[in-house]
Design a protein around this ligand. Structure first.
Ligand code: HEM
Length: 150
């Protein structure tokens, strides 16, 4: 296509979709990293920083990673998991709602973690951080693509 304006309007038209199940499967099409993956990696990094602190708590609690973890999930919630497109069309909207509800559960858990850090209740913070591992497993079993080797 020679006219860049025509190309741009074509791209804009093809991007229009239902907000609940908007397809943003970047990786599958060889474009940017999938947005949920980007946010999940930020979440992972933030939780690792908190867990490292809790190994030997000293000084100020890691409130910045606690906030970053919550922000990452807030951002991850704005997208549909790539597995949405493997669901029958009629079930996709409910699948995305289930994903968002589980992200919200995880966010509530992250607020509990922040509370424990603010109260310097390290034992509680450790228990909450450990419980996030279970949510991660459940969330990945339900919503993440399986690797071919899995
Ligand atoms: C609570 C702690 C969690 C951590 C630390 C975490 C971490 C990660 C990481 C590092 C990835 C990217 C690497 C990979 O593909 O294996 C990922 C991917 C993903 N996670 Fe999580 N996760 C957590 C919880 C959840 C929950 C609760 C859900 C669902 C409600 C979820 C849904 C997903 C999905 C859908 C992907 C695939 C993204 C993509 O490649 O398109 N995760 N997660």
């Amino acid at each position: 296509m020679k006219n860049p304006l025509l190309l741009l309007s074509f791209a804009a038209l093809t991007a229009v979709s239902c907000p609940l199940v908007a397809q943003d499967d970047g990786e599958a099409t060889g474009r940017a990293k999938p947005p949920i993956k980007v946010e999940m990696e930020k979440l992972d990094e933030a939780l690792e920083a908190i867990e490292a602190f809790l190994e030997e708590p000293a000084g100020e609690p890691p409130l910045a990673p606690a906030a970053a973890a919550q922000q990452a999930l807030q951002a991850a919630k704005q997208h549909a998991p790539r597995t949405t497109w493997q669901q029958p069309e009629a079930e996709r909207a409910a699948f995305v709602v289930a994903y968002r509800l589980m992200v919200n559960d995880t966010m509530r858990r992250l607020v509990d973690l922040e509370d424990a850090l603010l109260q310097q209740d390290w034992a509680k913070a450790k228990t909450v951080a450990a419980s996030l591992g279970q949510l991660k497993k459940e969330g990945h079993d339900r919503f993440k693509k399986r690797r071919r080797t899995e």
